[in-house]
Design a protein around this ligand. Structure first.
Ligand code: SF4
Ligand code: SF4
Length: 369
């Protein structure tokens, strides 16, 4: 079983792994490298910003993985992941950028904003002609810098996907899946977006709907079911527990698990996949809660297991030290020398790290691939 069919099979087998590059993340070299690394590690899907340049970078990374001669992995013949783009129906933290006017910063400020940003998106230079502030393409909107500024100088700039742009990306870029980010209270916005893109859904392999946790999330998602059915493709519910927090600490995973449990209990039609706070502890927690497929008792009629897990900030943070090493190598203008596949030692190291995470859900000896 190969490629796309194989990937859908992962959902039914409960071992789906999605890499989230970030709905706002636009650091193209890093996106390309992440796609390369996690493709070789065997992921099912890569979820990226709905942006031509970012999609192109991911496609290059996937292609580089396919061309890798030295990494003759078991999954080599079937390792092309599905390409998903994330879009939003209204204001959403995944779709924003931080910003501040550095000229307003007091000289004595110790710059806690710079320290807390895990994406290295805040930089200061003592040279007046060099850039200081938020580096737009690196910011993925996590919001951690906002409350830490003693002067409350940091604000965010949000944006909303335009349906026309989404439709043309699907038509022109070979997109396999769309994920719509929504929130409780957005029904009218979701309906508006849906009315504009639903006619093109039959071109997709998968539709995903991501919702942040809220006490009224389940009734909201049930209302969406009424709106979108019937669907011509499989549906994934992304239970986004605590968005963009997986790299903060292992406890962030609890809310994603709790939300997934509620979605399973509600019997939402489709596959349930966790996100938002997922990390190294997530599979352990799912095992403890008996939410993995191999733990389901054969006589159980109702599926109580999750179909998979998506990893974002945690998966990226595991790899970032290696990508920093790659960036520090000075190769002047030699473009190809800056590509990760041309550094077998760094590539092997990074794929081993990624595979360690992927294998937690994908290659358990108790699971069939
Ligand atoms: S902390 Fe988060 S929101 Fe702030 S600049 Fe960094 S990535 Fe952007
Ligand atoms: S914490 Fe606030 S005041 Fe201090 S450097 Fe950052 S943005 Fe400027």
């Amino acid at each position: 079983m190969k490629d796309k069919t194989y990937r859908l099979h992962s959902l039914t087998e409960g071992n789906w792994f999605k890499l989230i590059c970030g709905a706002s993340y636009q650091h193209l070299p890093a996106v390309r490298s992440l796609a390369l690394i996690y493709t070789l590690a065997g992921v099912d899907c890569i979820d990226v910003a709905a942006d031509y340049a970012v999609i192109t970078a991911v496609q290059e990374g996937i292609q580089a993985a396919q061309n890798c001669p030295d990494l003759d992995r078991e999954l080599k013949g079937k390792n092309k992941p599905l390409l998903m783009i994330s879009i939003n129906d209204g204001e959403d933290p995944h779709f924003r950028k931080a910003e501040f006017d550095v000229t307003q910063c007091p000289a004595e400020c110790s710059r806690p904003c710079e320290t807390i940003c895990g994406a290295n998106a805040i930089a200061f230079s003592d040279v007046a002609t060099e850039f200081s502030g938020v580096i737009d393409r690196l910011c993925y909107g996590c919001g951690r810098c906002l409350p830490i500024c003693p002067e409350q100088l940091i604000t965010t700039r949000s944006y909303v996907s335009t349906p026309q742009a989404v439709v043309s990306l699907v038509d022109e870029m070979g997109i396999d899946a769309i994920e719509i980010h929504t929130q409780v209270g957005h029904f009218a916005d979701f309906k508006r977006l849906w009315s504009e893109i639903s006619s093109g859904i039959d071109k997709l392999q998968i539709l995903a709907i991501s919702c942040s946790y809220h006490q009224d999330a389940i009734p909201y998602l049930q209302a969406l079911v009424e709106l979108i059915q019937p669907l011509p493709c499989p549906l994934i519910w992304q239970t986004d527990g605590r968005p963009m927090s997986g790299d903060i600490g292992m406890g962030t995973t609890h809310l994603a698990v709790k939300f997934a449990q509620k979605a399973i209990q509600a019997g939402l039609p489709g596959y349930i996949q966790l996100a938002g706070g997922t990390n190294d502890y997530t599979v352990t927690k799912l095992q403890a809660e008996k939410m993995l497929k191999y733990q389901a008792k054969s006589f159980e009629v109702t599926n109580r297991w999750v179909s998979g897990v998506a990893y974002g900030s945690y998966a990226r943070s595991l790899i970032s030290p290696i990508l920093e090493k790659l960036e520090m190598i000075n190769y002047s203008d030699n473009h190809s020398a800056k590509q990760l596949e041309n550094h077998p030692d760094l590539l092997e190291e990074s794929v081993a790290i990624a595979h360690n995470l992927v294998s937690q859900i994908k290659y358990s000896p108790l699971l069939k691939n």
